[in-house]
Write a protein that binds this ligand. Structure first.
Ligand SMILES: Nc1nc2c(ncn2[C@@H]2O[C@H](COP(=O)(O)OP(=O)(O)O)[C@@H](O)[C@H]2O)c(=O)[nH]1
Ligand SMILES: [Mg+2]
Length: 300
């Protein structure tokens, strides 16, 4: 079994577990059961309806001998398109490529930066990290630990300083050192969303003023275990600051993986990576076929 399939075990068992015995066809009971299970896995009412209707149509219109798994794959795959491959990094010209990591507290921003750094280093990119979460005292230290694990430098200032100033420092250093990718950690304070959005807008302004040619990407981190909240966060952040892509964390150990369909259908923002654990290698580029394969195969 692939690591992804292993980590998605709870979602796989939750949605498809013990549903298809050998040669079984999809009858009304199974359709009703599937509907309940998709809803329980946080697929959302609208997206679940979409899936169930597509499945009913597929069974009605296409009486071929394909297995239930094949039928499901056929209807689920188009839901995850447009599916986007891993973060695209600009080559050589106009370095650094700036990746701004945003999201509310505790979703896994800092941890994901640690994993993303390892992933991009494995693609031969040089990386610099910026600790622009100056709101929490321990935030820079936490990023520093991930920097050391990856053997990359972290730019920070005292807690309470202006996050924009940290970004400015980091952009200067990255440009001087010809760094490929600058990844910035940001604050995620929950109690004052307005301030948070203003802070991110200010950071955006600083980077575009610093050098108009710099390509910036804003990636929203969402916690897969938070269900409808995650969908609301995607909409809110996207409206306020514009989001280029999503990294969905904590898919390991949750049966709520239906959120991948929900998020893709509702927000239309591409999912770049999935977080499937707390370790440095637990980041998986999102691929619709792999994801569906992992939740369909080997169900027990
Ligand atoms: N199981 C699991 N835990 C994760 C994942 N990503 C992050 N975490 C944990 O979530 C907690 C919060 O992460 P952190 O990076 O500090 O979140 P931040 O406040 O958004 O920066 C930590 O305990 C992480 O180890 C993941 O993909 N799977
Ligand atoms: Mg953090």
């Amino acid at each position: 079994m692939t690591t992804l399939a292993e980590r998605l075990k709870s979602t796989r068992n939750g949605i498809f577990g013990a549903l298809f015995k050998k040669n079984i066809s999809i009858d009304n009971n199974i359709i009703n059961e599937l509907e309940d299970r998709f809803l329980l896995a946080d697929t959302g009412v609208k997206t679940t309806d979409l899936i169930i209707n597509a499945l009913i149509n597929e069974i009605k219109n296409n009486r071929d001998s394909s297995s239930p798994e094949e039928k499901l794959k056929k209807i689920l795959l188009p839901l995850l398109i447009p599916e986007v491959s891993a973060v695209k990094i600009t080559e050589d010209v106009n370095k650094p490529h700036l990746i701004l990591i945003v999201g509310v507290n505790g979703v896994g921003k800092t941890t994901t930066i640690g994993k993303l750094t390892k992933y991009l280093k494995s693609k031969n990119k040089s990386i610099l990290l910026a600790a622009a979460d100056t709101f929490r005292a321990a935030a820079a230290d936490q990023l520093q630990v991930w920097g050391e694990r990856n053997n990359v430098n972290v730019i920070s200032r005292d807690s309470g300083s202006d996050p924009g100033a940290v970004i400015y420092d980091a952009l200067q250093i990255a440009q001087a050192q010809n760094v490929d990718v600058l990844i910035a950690d940001t604050a995620g304070r929950l109690h004052n969303k307005k301030n948070l959005m203003e802070e991110i807008k200010k950071i955006n302004k600083i980077s575009s003023k610093f050098d108009k040619k710099i390509k910036q990407e804003t990636i929203l981190i969402l916690d897969a275990t938070t269900g409808q909240n995650a969908i609301a966060q995607a909409n809110e952040f996207n409206q306020a600051i514009g989001i280029n892509g999503i990294i969905l964390t904590k898919l390991d150990g949750t049966a709520k993986g239906g959120i991948v369909f929900n998020l893709t259908c509702e927000s239309k923002i591409p999912i770049h990576f999935l977080g499937i654990g707390e370790d440095i290698d637990d980041l998986c580029p999102f691929n619709a076929e792999d994801f569906i394969g992992a939740i369909l195969n080997n169900n027990s």
